[in-house]
Design a protein around this ligand. Structure first.
Ligand SMILES: Nc1nc2c(ncn2[C@@H]2O[C@H](COP(=O)(O)OP(=O)(O)OP(=O)(O)O)[C@@H](O)[C@H]2O)c(=O)[nH]1
Ligand SMILES: [Mg+2]
Length: 365
């Protein structure tokens, strides 16, 4: 059986995980089996916790992107096939990764044509971020080399997906759509709200019915590597013990403290995400911030008190990893609840290394 392989790229915080959860629900409602493959530069992932909480079969490829760990990607797909035989694989690459057509989509099509039918590459974008990077609005931005990666992501897309349509006025939507169509004429532009589900069914059904154009990028790997290295990454886990605590409030306060600290020194957050999973494993609280000048918001509410829980913090920002650690440690020490203790159990922070793809194919089939 040939399964669809559907990859949804886009910069950090664009809404990939949220969109894949909606896509999974849409496909499951149509009677299709889905398997999700999440990817990150390191372990302890908020995204995997979130997908698990929605009971989708999921494999995580940690410690490098799909392109650099191509064999882990096919191993993950094989494992999901052995477990649940998905009709559709939904794959989320690392949000700072690009050149996915040459390093992932084409190798899959060439080497595994008997197993996977690769769908057109979707690239999601957050409208607030995109309007700035395309020069339509002003506001805080990343350095040019980080924006280089962002623009390359858009350039290789078969389908450009304007996400978060629920918070975009018709005027801003039209301006963004026109700018994308003018600058990336080979791509189809669609709009969705991954949060409400609006447009998700039509987008996914369209992908399953089409073939990719396979647009191979002209890309300078030195600039790409330097852009990635400007981003600091931090993943940590902590345990909450000792007393009953309102979970959503605690997570909001922690996110607010980290966000506020980084904002004081003007550092640009790409994505700050926190989860809290109670000891009994039921439900999840998720708080995110996707810009320094946008406040953290509760994306999924647990709406309960907990007296034992695991907290995960994933933070990606244009900042030194040491500075991210300082912000997280400060937050963990200043956000207090009577009797309750928050104990750090794991923390790693780093800058991503130079991308070295396993394969790079420059020709379409
Ligand atoms: N208003 C609104 N918010 C959204 C929508 N889709 C996603 N978000 C929010 O955007 C934030 C980031 O969403 P994620 O799905 O985690 O983004 P991501 O692209 O997977 O991020 P990384 O994995 O870090 O690259 C979360 O707070 C989401 O709730 C949407 O359609 N509307
Ligand atoms: Mg994600």
């Amino acid at each position: 059986m040939i399964a669809h392989y559907l990859m949804v790229g886009g910069f950090l915080g664009a809404g990939k995980t949220t969109a894949l959860l909606q896509a999974g629900a849409h496909l499951a409602a149509a009677g299709k089996r889905v398997g999700l493959i999440m990817n990150d530069q390191s372990e302890a992932l908020v995204d995997t916790a979130l997908v698990r909480s929605r009971a989708f079969p999921v494999e995580e490829i940690a410690g490098g992107c799909f392109c650099c760990r191509f064999n882990s990607l096919t191993d993950a797909a094989e494992k999901l096939t052995a477990d649940v035989r998905p009709d559709v694989f939904l794959a989320e690459p690392v949000g700072s990764c690009t050149d996915l057509v040459a390093t992932v989509a084409l190798p899959l099509r060439h080497l595994y044509a008997d197993r996977y039918r690769v769908a057109p590459l979707s690239v999601l974008l957050d409208p607030d971020r995109a309007l700035r990077i395309l020069g339509l609005e002003t506001g805080r931005a990343f350095s040019p080399k980080v924006e280089y990666i962002y623009t390359k992501q858009l350039e290789e897309a078969d389908v450009l997906v304007i996400n978060k349509a629920d918070r975009l006025s018709p005027e801003r939507m039209t301006a963004l759509r026109l700018a994308l169509e003018a600058r990336f004429p080979g791509a189809r532009v669609v709009a969705i709200s991954a949060r409400t589900g609006a447009g998700v069914g039509a987008w996914i059904d369209g992908l399953l019915a089409a073939d990719p154009r396979g647009r191979v990028l002209d890309i300078d790997y030195d600039t790409y590597a330097e852009g990635e290295a400007l981003l600091g990454w931090l993943n940590c886990t902590a345990t909450l013990t000792g007393a009953a605590v309102e979970a959503d409030d605690l997570l909001r306060d922690l996110a607010g403290a980290i966000h506020g600290d980084l904002a004081t020194t003007g550092l640009e957050i790409a994505h700050l995400k926190l989860t809290l999973v109670p000891e009994d494993g039921h439900g999840i609280s998720v708080v995110n911030a996707t810009r320094t000048d946008g406040a953290p918001e509760l994306a999924f509410a647990l709406d309960a008190q907990v007296d034992g829980a695991e907290i995960t913090v994933n933070l990606r920002a244009e900042a030194a990893p040491e500075r991210l650690e300082q912000a997280v440690r400060n937050a963990l020490s200043v956000v207090r609840r009577d009797e309750a203790a928050i104990t750090l159990t794991h923390l790693e922070r780093f800058r991503p290394g130079r991308p070295v793809p396993t394969h790079r194919m420059a020709a379409t089939l």
